[in-house]
Design a binder for this molecule. Structure first.
Ligand code: SF4
Length: 234
């Protein structure tokens, strides 16, 4: 499993995949990557330390992902992450969080502000069609709007494309909504995994042929056709 990478094309940054205690939601119907977790905090920290020590700060920008939310990381890992941000002059930290932990954003932001690091929280919304998101994908966000999600303190979103029921128009609408309310949008194409949710061939075709060409050069849009396109994971 590769856990450290550098993204050079859009929004250049280092990216690390850390291990936490596991997503506390775990109910999204399309997701099986929350299995990269362990209840053993000491083992998680030992692993995470080897990853965090690779950070050089060359772009001043770091993205941390951990197959869940930052609240699932152990205290020693967060302490070391704070120290690394300070030592390596990381001015911006991008980190993920589920809606259920939104009250944890402000104290985490304050903690990193104390070492000169601005935190941008990324949330997986998958789609702004709340009915599809909650009834089919079971995201656990509720039927709230993009504006409400942004107002809660989230600055970036993950979207999921290539699902049955999605069209080029609906996927484009999701991206446009994301760009209207958030600083960046990360678009993930659904890939085959162990869940019953499968990529839909027509939606995948529409995404690749009609949606990707429109956004591939947009510096605010990351497009992941494979889960490993950021260079981490397996
Ligand atoms: S919140 Fe994220 S990690 Fe948790 S089940 Fe949903 S997609 Fe998976």
């Amino acid at each position: 499993m590769n856990r450290y990478s550098i993204i050079t094309d859009k929004n250049p940054r280092e990216i690390v995949l850390l291990r936490g205690s596991g997503c506390r939601w775990r109910r999204c119907t399309f997701c099986d990557y929350h299995t990269d977790s362990s209840p053993d905090e000491a083992a998680n920290f030992a692993l995470n330390r080897t990853v965090l020590e690779q950070i050089t700060g060359e772009y001043g920008r770091l993205e941390v992902i951990n197959s869940g939310s930052f609240v699932d990381l152990d205290g020693c890992t967060v302490d070391l992450l704070t120290q690394i941000c300070q030592r390596r002059s990381i001015h911006t930290l991008h980190i993920e969080c589920h809606w259920m932990h939104r009250d944890a954003l402000a104290p985490f932001r304050e903690r990193f502000a104390a070492v000169g690091t601005d935190v941008i929280f990324k949330i997986g919304v998958e789609t702004f069609d709340a009915d599809f998101r909650e009834r089919i994908l079971r995201k656990g966000i509720g039927r709230i709007s993009a504006a409400e999600i942004a107002a809660a303190g989230f600055g970036e979103v993950n979207l999921l494309c290539g699902l049955a029921g999605q069209t080029a128009a609906s996927m484009t609408a999701d991206i446009e909504c994301g760009l209207a309310h958030f600083s960046r949008v990360c678009v993930n194409l659904m890939v085959e995994n162990t869940t019953p949710i499968k990529p839909d061939p027509e939606a995948v075709r529409a995404f690749l042929e009609e949606v990707v060409p429109r956004y591939k050069d947009d510096l605010r849009v990351d497009i992941l056709v494979e889960n490993t396109d950021f260079g981490v994971g397996e």
